[in-house]
Design a binder for this molecule. Structure first.
Ligand code: SF4
Length: 428
């Protein structure tokens, strides 16, 4: 679609019944988000109030980063805390004071809840309030939960950003807020595209530094770059900001539709939109066509994991020639997913939540060419002869917007091509 008139309502999967499943599920916890959030927010510190298991998860997931000047750590809850024998609040205050006296560069401190802190019902909201009073104005203390109880790993970012929204200053500026943590190079491309359309008053949540001039109010409109930001969406709406609904900026089509929603809101002339997007769109189409060759005509099965499943299924089916067998998502946010569901071709199972055994049975029966799943399922499925892609890689790799569209297709194409080559060799 080339013009900026609102798209005609499409049906796609909008009316497809969703298979709702509740049972054992296989996901990472929200602490994982700290790995990419601490790189974006350069004066923030993430203090996980958790067990040694949480500390190990952070250290192994963050890998080499812990040897750099760290912007995250763990206040370990000992057995005496868990048994209610010690005053965890007093200990926490002591730990925070020690940390802040050592690190004057910290301007935002996030107290991050975990499974153990939730189990003992440690009130981190109260702790954050108390510690803000103690350490203001130099440091603002906020809290959110990264617990793995009934959540999925991308919810950590959502909870973190949602915690920041209530403390943003009020503004009546007419502005565009772009919401979601993206790698710097991708964020720069996004800002170039938006500013190229003549929209100057633009801010990004999360900002690199606490003092960044950013407010929110009734004249703020916002576009989400990540599909898992449901709580942040609700928090921004409560502050009076207005959401610009759109498909998410994955692939050429999603990026164009996402930019069109912004262009319509800001009355960007059609010619200007074309001038800004024509060249990168052409590059994206070409790169996807080249990278997606091994995917053409192949089938894909998504286990619920990252909450990127529906937008990625839309990209793979509409731009890469794949057929989806099942698209499983941990949660389906009806407002945020409306445009994705309208574009997704009908014909696959759409499931929400997980009953992992039943879903594994469906996957084995379908024997898809590619299965997108969490780390815990990938190895056993590979051992059974299925080709897999780790969903978490899609969150750690730059995949948004035009210049990454070819890389996004390549991420899926690589395991399929490897399987094709192995089969060829075996046949010779
Ligand atoms: S928050 Fe829960 S799931 Fe995550 S590492 Fe800690 S104990 Fe494990």
């Amino acid at each position: 679609m080339n013009d900026l008139t609102p798209p005609a309502p499409a049906a796609g999967c909008s009316a497809t019944p969703v298979l709702k499943e509740r049972g054992q599920h296989e996901v990472f916890c929200g602490l994982t988000g700290i790995i990419w959030l601490h790189r974006k927010m350069q004066d923030a510190f993430f203090l996980v109030i958790g067990s040694r298991t949480c500390a190990h998860l952070l250290q192994s997931a963050a890998g080499v980063m812990i040897f750099a000047e760290p912007r995250f750590g763990t206040a370990i809850l000992e057995e005496s805390d868990l048994a209610g024998l010690a005053d965890a609040h007093e200990e926490l205050d002591r730990e925070v004071s020690k940390l802040l006296s050592r690190r004057s560069d910290i301007r935002q401190l996030f107290l991050v809840g975990s499974c153990p802190s939730e189990v003992i019902k440690l009130d981190l909201a109260r702790a954050a309030e108390r510690l803000t009073q103690k350490h203001a104005p130099h440091v603002r203390v906020l809290n959110y939960s990264g617990s793995g109880i009934e959540t999925t790993f991308t919810q950590g970012e959502d909870a973190c950003l949602a915690a920041m929204v209530p403390v943003l200053p009020e503004t009546d500026r007419r502005q565009l807020m772009l919401v979601g943590a993206l790698p710097d190079v991708v964020e720069d491309q996004m800002l170039d595209l938006v500013r190229g359309m003549g929209i100057e008053d633009v801010c990004v949540l999360p900002a690199p530094r606490a003092e960044a001039e950013m407010g929110v109010g009734e004249n703020t409109v916002y576009a989400l770059t990540q599909p898992f930001l449901g709580d942040t969406h609700a928090a921004l709406t409560r502050r009076g900001a207005r959401h610009l609904p759109a498909p998410f900026p994955f692939g050429e089509e999603g990026t164009t539709a996402w930019l069109q929603a912004i262009a319509r809101e800001f009355d960007v002339p059609q010619e200007r939109f074309e001038a800004v997007t024509a060249a990168p769109r052409a590059r994206a189409r070409k790169a996807v066509a080249r990278a997606a060759q091994p995917l053409d005509g192949k089938s894909v099965f998504f286990f619920p994991d990252s909450q990127l499943e529906l937008p990625l299924a839309r990209f793979l089916t509409r731009e890469c020639g794949m057929q989806a067998v099942e698209v499983g998502a941990p949660f389906i946010h009806s407002t945020l997913m409306r445009d994705e569901l309208a574009l997704l071709p009908d014909g696959q199972v759409i499931s929400e939540g997980q009953h992992v055994d039943k879903q594994l049975d469906r996957c084995r029966a379908a024997s898809p060419d590619l299965t997108v799943c969490g780390l815990g399922l990938a190895n056993p499925l590979e051992a059974e002869g299925l080709t897999t892609k780790w969903a978490i890689e899609l969150v750690f790799t730059p995949v948004h917007f035009y210049e990454q569209a070819g890389d996004l297709a390549s991420l899926f194409a690589r395991p399929v091509r490897r399987k094709d080559l192995l089969q060829l060799e075996a046949a010779e």
